[in-house]
Ligand binder design. Structure first.
Ligand code: ADP
Ligand code: MG
Ligand code: MG
Length: 207
């Protein structure tokens, strides 16, 4: 089980990790985008943290919905609406819950992925967030189906996200700003895939 307290800790942890990796994410985006991914994520999650006390006594769905609304209203660009949709769709499948089973977590991750794909239309191999998130959801689902517990399944998910993130380096971007570079996008790790990996690693840390 993952408790509501752990979800709150996750958001705190990820906000700190984003702050620590602000320059790194921005440097990755400088190579193939407009050098603002770290800035965008830091702005969004700093605001999320200031809003956390307003939802601390609510259910997990309400907490994730607040995250979504805050990201959509404070983060511009591609990542704001995409992360906003991820958290919005995730929030709807865990509405009213105070804790999450392995099945709940799988449903939440799957809904978040479906939201990102529905909104951004990226496929695997397009060099986006999806290249880290999709393998992570697949690995988590396989582990849960095999009867593994939350910790073990999340370890597999994070390993898959890390590999997915690394695999974006040789890809040519097909979506987002990086796609404007064509072949010149090859050879650089995708910033959004990197922040997704950090988000899942932060979740593993609190589990
Ligand atoms: P912007 O590109 O508007 O400046 P960010 O720099 O914050 O926004 O985020 C860039 C990241 O957004 C990319 O590295 C990529 O992972 C992700 N991204 C861009 N377009 C899409 C899309 N259509 N689907 C999924 N992810 C996308
Ligand atoms: Mg950018
Ligand atoms: Mg931008």
């Amino acid at each position: 089980m993952v408790t509501k307290e752990q979800i709150l800790q996750w958001l705190q942890t990820f906000a700190t990790v984003v702050e620590e990796n602000k320059d790194y994410l921005t440097e990755l985006d400088a190579a193939i985008g407009d050098a603002d991914h770290g800035i965008n994520m830091e702005r969004g999650f700093k605001k999320v943290i200031t809003q956390l006390p307003t939802v601390a006594d609510k259910d997990i769905g309400s907490i994730l919905k607040m995250v979504s609304m805050t990201l959509i209203s404070t983060v511009g660009g591609a990542s704001g609406p995409l992360y906003g949709t991820l958290f919005l769709r995730a929030s709807t499948v865990v509405a009213d819950k105070q804790e999450l089973s392995e099945q709940d977590m799988l449903a939440m991750l799957q809904a978040g992925l479906d939201g990102v794909v529905g909104r951004g239309k990226a496929q695997l191999g397009d060099k986006t967030m999806v290249d880290a998130l999709s393998p992570a959801v697949t690995a988590f689902g396989q582990a849960v189906t095999a009867g593994e517990n939350m910790l073990s399944a999340m370890q597999k998910a994070v390993a898959a996200a890390e590999k997915g993130m690394q695999d974006t380096t040789p890809m040519q971007a097909k979506k987002g700003r990086a796609s404007y570079l064509g072949e010149r996008s090859v050879g650089h790790q995708d910033p959004g895939a990197t922040s997704v990996y950090l988000m899942l690693q932060s979740l593993l840390d609190v589990i």
